[in-house]
Write a protein that binds this ligand. Structure first.
Ligand SMILES: Nc1nc2c(c(=O)[nH]1)N[C@H]1C(S)=C(S)[C@@H](COP(=O)(O)OP(=O)(O)OC[C@H]3O[C@@H](n4cnc5c(=O)[nH]c(N)nc54)[C@H](O)[C@@H]3O)O[C@H]1N2
Ligand SMILES: Nc1nc2c(c(=O)[nH]1)N[C@H]1C(S)=C(S)[C@@H](COP(=O)(O)OP(=O)(O)OC[C@H]3O[C@@H](n4cnc5c(=O)[nH]c(N)nc54)[C@H](O)[C@@H]3O)O[C@H]1N2
Ligand SMILES: [Mo]
Length: 766
């Protein structure tokens, strides 16, 4: 298509989905992956068409009703006209409103959780910018804790194994798997579309290649998941489809086989764990009269009992690794599979040995299974938050709808604050949150919703004040992460779109209006901050006796390879080598098969050891199919949905829903038909693709298609584009973690026979 580009004309840049170089060929932006990346992501090609797309926001806008009537609860959000205003006017209005809310209602009425992935540069990282601004210029805000990614596991892993990041990121590396692992049981798989991504950037995508080499050496991969493509072909995996949400039962069936056939490692359980007797009593049915054997597990999971028992026997006595996707815990009782995975691995006795044991989230994001970067990397100082209130991140609608109401979280009883102003920069709740119709209602309750956005997402359309932001290609930054050794000088590749400004310059101007400019900027412009942040890394390099170029040389070279720590198996490896010298940072210092702490919380939905708890949300006559609402292969979440790779993957302009041919035939649905997915909460359209890679009884619709209501005036409008979050349930995993449960719910699907409504998701508002 394009003539070869002069490599010297390409400038370095980075994204969560890969390091790259880009430059202009006439009017076309050419994006080339970093030459050192063995398996670059196709998502990179979302950039060229996105840069100047009409979906970008060109100027500040204010909702008409807010402008005319002032702040206050309003059902008109997402329905009213939006009025263009000058930057001066927008900033004056917003600074005045921030001061009003602070003075009239206090900082506890400002929600600045602002969850979202933003972009990869560490300085212009919008979430860091908004948090710093609210702390420094106002004094603080109500925050959110944990993530949509790992809501349940973030809370349960510290109780049973130790701190989340050390346990999950640097214990079992891909290098160990290549060299040592004999068998991998991959619950939820390790789809390479997912490890395409890592917050802060990734320079080498090694997951596919590592699985290929391990498989060729003789490592056996077993994929336990509803979709066949949750592992790459290169892993040569056997596919064991199971009913979604039933992994805990399946693992218990395996555990029962191990325990009753004497295949479990009793020495490991005695020496390295606490609570085996309590769990054993439950497993063998001494507690509740229910024996959790393979036949019992088969009835729940749909996997034949003989296969469950055989899998257990095969896994015993060798270097077996259990991996688990984040997806399993983004569901009702999501704590249970995470805990049960650790218990099954403990029974197999391989925890802490190279390439063996348990590595939660390996392959779900490229951060996992990597060595740790050995020097400190850039990050924007966050200032001090004087507000103590917080919510578990996915409880946003609950908070806005129920001010003052109590809720449980990890042994505490807390209360939802009464929020008047919500400030969002760098995230898209109309992408990430469940039950969008309920979210719209929740957002109608506040006085003011402020959004900084690069493009006209549904979140931007529902705001009262919308400020247009540059996207990453339009500014300079530094990309760095704690798991990827390449620090990248992100050069500017284009001028800002329309009147778009950097989040930093917007917050600087607001801070000035609030009398806090000097405190917020510390006298630095953006370049000054990059220099300042870089110098931190430079200093720790020098301390380690390593060559550390000055900022200008780094900027000119475009990248700097940072040193990484040795691969010692992390805290699990150290614990295995000497449990007395290196106890786990859990209450017992050991793996907690039974947790006295959790038991004492008295939660019926998360008892003191892994427990099979029947989910509430299961298929019935009205919604007979499971829907897997997983991560999209063609973009990161909702980002650049309008870019080339994402747009090209749609059919008839709509997101693709995959379905087994048997389920399609029962409904008279043919490949390519537009279908309507619906349940009691909402409905959306999508384009059907028939595929044997999806198990019968399950449909799959990735997240990320922008919410596009057919008639925004309705309370439960049809989304014409295919956003599955109009269907998902807004409920926490349990009283322990209150994590997101958006991965799974139940639906009905029918062929859509009405007039096809137009798709306006990417059209700017009129
Ligand atoms: N049903 C269901 N829902 C899910 C999930 C699921 O599995 N199923 N997965 C969940 C998970 S794991 C996650 S992490 C969340 C992700 O949810 P989000 O992180 O909210 O999703 P993104 O689309 O990455 O949102 C980032 C937004 O930031 C904007 N942005 C990018 N750069 C800048 C910038 O420099 N400045 C500003 N102001 N904005 C910028 C982008 O345009 C985009 O709208 O979704 C969750 N939702
Ligand atoms: N391309 C791309 N990559 C991404 C992202 C993206 O948006 N795009 N998002 C990133 C982020 S923020 C995160 S947190 C991670 C998310 O990582 P995950 O949450 O692990 O990713 P998903 O793709 O949602 O789910 C993986 C697979 O789990 C399977 N699964 C679903 N339910 C069950 C179940 O009950 N049991 C079993 N055994 N399997 C089940 C599904 O078949 C699904 O394809 O991905 C990251 N990677
Ligand atoms: Mo995530």
């Amino acid at each position: 298509m394009n003539a070869p580009t002069d490599p010297k004309a390409l400038k370095p840049h980075s994204s969560h989905w890969g390091v790259f170089r880009a430059g202009w060929q006439g009017d076309t932006l050419v994006v080339e992956p970093h030459p050192g990346d063995p398996d670059p992501s196709p998502i990179l090609q979302n950039f060229p068409k996105a840069l100047r797309h009409r979906a970008r926001i060109a100027q500040p806008m204010v909702r008409k009703g807010w402008l005319e009537n002032g702040p206050g609860p309003s059902k008109r959000r997402g329905r009213d006209e939006l009025v263009p205003v000058s930057w001066e006017k927008a900033l004056d209005l917003l600074a005045g409103e921030l001061a009003r809310v602070r003075d009239q209602h206090g900082l506890r009425s400002i929600f600045g959780g602002s969850y979202g992935w933003s972009s990869a540069g560490r300085f212009h990282h919008a979430q860091s910018q908004v948090h710093r601004f609210l702390n420094v210029a106002l004094g603080g805000y109500v925050r959110s804790v944990n993530s949509y990614s790992a809501g349940a596991s973030n809370v349960i892993i510290p109780h049973i194994l130790g701190p989340f990041e050390p346990v999950t990121r640097h214990s079992v590396t891909w290098e160990q798997i290549v060299a040592h692992t004999e068998m991998v049981l991959a619950f939820g798989g390790m789809a390479v579309k997912n490890s395409a991504v890592a917050g802060g950037g990734v320079s080498k995508h090694i997951e596919r290649g590592s699985m290929e080499v391990a498989h060729r050496r003789g490592c056996r991969f077993v994929l336990i998941a509803p979709l066949k493509d949750d592992l790459p072909e290169e892993a040569g995996a056997e596919w064991m489809p199971l009913t979604p949400g039933t992994d805990t039962a399946l693992m218990m069936g395996m555990a029962h086989t191990l325990a009753t056939e004497g295949l479990h490692d009793q020495d490991f359980l005695n020496r390295f764990c606490v609570g085996w007797p309590e769990f054993e009593a439950y497993l063998l049915g001494r507690k509740d009269g229910v024996v959790k054997d393979a036949a019992w597990a088969s009835a729940i999971s749909g996997v034949p009992a003989a296969q469950i028992a055989q899998l257990a026997r095969d896994a015993a006595g060798k270097r077996t690794l259990i991996t688990m996707a984040h997806s399993l815990q983004r569901a009702e009782h999501g704590e249970q599979p995470v805990w049960m995975g650790a218990v099954l691995a403990a029974m197999l006795g391989q925890i802490g040995l190279p390439g063996g044991g348990y590595n939660y989230a390996l392959g779900a994001i490229a951060h996992y299974g990597k060595r740790k970067v050995a020097v400190a990397v850039a990050g924007l100082p966050q200032g001090r938050n004087t507000v103590r209130d917080f919510i578990p991140v996915a409880r946003i609608s609950d908070m806005l709808l129920n001010p003052g109401a109590p809720f449980d979280y990890n042994g505490q009883t807390l209360a939802y604050p009464d929020i008047k102003l919500v400030y969002w920069a760098g995230g898209n709740p109309f992408h990430h949150h469940q039950d969008i119709n309920r979210l719209r209602e929740a957002f109608s309750r506040v006085d003011t919703l402020v959004v900084h956005e690069t493009a006209w997402t549904a979140t931007a359309r529902h705001a009262d004040i919308i400020l247009p932001c540059t996207m990453t290609l339009e500014r300079e930054d530094i990309a760095a992460s704690t798991t990827d050794p390449l620090m990248v000088a992100m050069h500017q590749l284009a001028e800002p779109y329309g009147q778009a400004r950097d989040d930093y310059s917007i917050f600087s101007a607001l801070a000035a209006r609030l009398g806090k400019e000097e405190e917020f900027t510390e006298g630095r412009d953006a370049r000054g901050w990059l220099r300042h942040l870089y110098e931190k890394t430079q200093a720790s390099m020098a301390e380690a006796g390593l060559p550390a170029p000055d900022f200008d040389s780094f900027w000119q070279q475009g990248e700097l390879e940072l040193p990484v720590e040795e691969d010692t198996g992390g805290i699990l490896g150290a614990f295995r080598r000497d449990p007395d010298a290196n106890p786990l940072p859990t209450p017992s210092g050991k793996v907690e098969i039974f947790s006295a702490t959790i038991d004492a919380f008295g939660y019926d939905d998360c008892p003191g050891h892994p427990t099979w708890l029947q989910p509430l949300d299961v298929p019935d006559d009205a919604a007979p199919l499971w829907i897997v609402a997983n991560q999209p292969a063609t973009r990161l979440h909702s980002q650049l949905d309008f870019g080339g790779t994402s747009a090209d993957s749609k059919r008839r302009g709509r997101e693709v829903m995959r379905m087994h041919p048997r389920d399609a035939a029962e409904r008279g649905i043919a490949d390519g038909d537009v279908v309507r997915l619906f349940n009691g909460r909402g409905a959306c359209l999508a384009a059907a693709a028939l595929s044997e890679a999806v198990m019968p009884g399950v449909v799959q619709l990735a997240t990320g298609a922008w919410y596009d209501p057919a008639d925004p005036e309705e309370d439960k409008p049809l989304c014409v584009h295919g956003n599955p979050n109009v269907l998902t349930r807004d409920a926490g995993t349990s009283r322990l973690a209150q994590g997101c449960t958006g991965q799974l719910t139940t639906v009905q699907v029918e062929r859509f026979t009405g007039n096809l409504p137009p798709i306006r998701a990417w059209e700017p508002p009129v």
